[in-house]
Design a binder for this molecule. Structure first.
Ligand code: MG
Ligand code: MG
Length: 256
C-alpha cells in the first residue's frame, strides 16, 4: 500500500527535510582532515536537537541488522560504501565520505545523503560523485504525475551505465512518510514504463548508490552495519526526499 500525502503533510515533511539538510550542511562544513566520524555525528546530533527533530537512525534496527544503529548519521568512508557506523576513525586527506541523515518532526520523516571528498580529491572520486549526483537529478526529473516507478530507476541506472560505474541493486530508494522506509522499494536500475503509476502526493526517497568497480561485492563489518567493498573499491551515494506534485517534483531536503 502506497500512501498519498496531503499538501499539509508534504509541508510537514518539508520541515523535517530542511533540518536534515541543515545537519548535512553542518557535517560537510566540519569534515576536515583529523576530524573523527563520531565528532561529525555529534555535530549532526546538535542540529537535530536544537531543531526539536528526532533521529530516524539512532536505535534503528531493520531485519538485516543484528544490532541497533548507534548514531544520527551514516558515515561511510572510502571502501566503506554504505551504512557506515560513526566511529573514532579520523578523516585523512583524500577520503571520500558519504553522509546520510534522517529525522522526523511531529512524526513526519525526511531522509537525505551526500558524498564529498575531504582535502585533496582523486579525479576519479570527483567523477564518481558527479555521476551519482547526475543520476539523482535524472531520477528526480522523472518523478512526475503519470510516470511509472520504473522510469525513476531506469533513469538512475542509465546514468550509471553510461558512466561505466557499478550499481548494486541490494539497496535503493523507498517511499517515506510517517515511517522512514515505506512502500515502494525503488531499485537503482531496471526498465522504464513499469510499476506503480506516480501521483501527486507520493513522496519518495530517491538514492542512487554507485561504486567504481562494476564487478564489486561487499561484506558487512563486525559492527553489523558498515558495508565494505571486498576489493577496496570506493562508493558514492546521494539521496533526496522528493514529493510528486502537480507542478512537478519538489525536493524536500534541498540544501542551501
Ligand atoms: Mg538515507
Ligand atoms: Mg533512504
Amino acid at each position: 500500500m502506497v500512501d498519498l500525502k496531503t499538501p499539509a503533510e508534504v509541508e510537514a515533511m518539508h520541515a523535517a527535510g530542511q533540518i536534515v539538510a541543515a545537519a548535512l550542511t553542518a557535517v560537510k562544513a566540519a569534515a576536515a582532515v583529523g576530524v573523527s566520524l563520531r565528532e561529525l555525528d555529534e555535530i549532526a546530533r546538535d542540529v537535530l536537537r536544537a531543531a526539536g527533530a528526532v533521529s530516524l537512525f539512532d536505535g534503528y534496527q531493520p531485519g538485516f541488522a543484528s544490532t541497533p544503529f548507534k548514531g544520527v548519521i551514516c558515515t561511510s568512508v572510502n571502501d566503506a560504501v554504505l551504512h557506515g557506523l560513526p566511529s573514532d576513525l579520523r578523516l585523512q586527506d583524500g577520503d571520500l565520505l558519504n553522509v546520510d541523515c534522517g529525522a522526523s518532526v511531529d512524526g513526519w520523516c525526511a531522509d537525505s545523503a551526500t558524498s564529498f571528498v575531504v582535502g585533496t580529491p582523486r579525479p576519479e572520486d570527483l567523477a564518481l560523485i558527479a555521476t551519482t549526483e547526475r543520476a539523482l537529478a535524472a531520477g528526480i526529473a522523472t518523478a512526475v504525475p503519470g510516470a511509472r516507478l520504473g522510469d525513476v530507476g531506469a533513469a538512475i541506472g542509465a546514468v550509471g551505465t553510461e558512466a561505466g560505474v557499478g550499481t548494486n541493486l541490494d539497496f535503493g530508494g523507498h517511499g517515506i512518510g510517517r515511517r522512514m522506509h515505506e512502500e515502494p522499494h525503488i531499485p537503482n536500475g531496471g526498465r522504464p514504463g513499469r510499476g506503480l503509476k506516480l501521483r501527486a502526493g507520493h513522496v519518495l526517497a530517491i538514492e542512487p548508490w554507485f561504486w567504481h568497480g562494476p564487478g564489486s561485492t561487499y561484506l558487512i563489518d563486525d559492527d553489523a552495519w558498515t558495508l565494505r567493498s571486498t576489493d577496496g573499491t570506493r562508493g558514492a551515494h546521494a539521496e533526496h526526499t522528493v514529493a510528486i506534485t502537480a507542478e512537478g517534483p519538489k525536493i524536500l531536503t534541498l540544501r542551501q
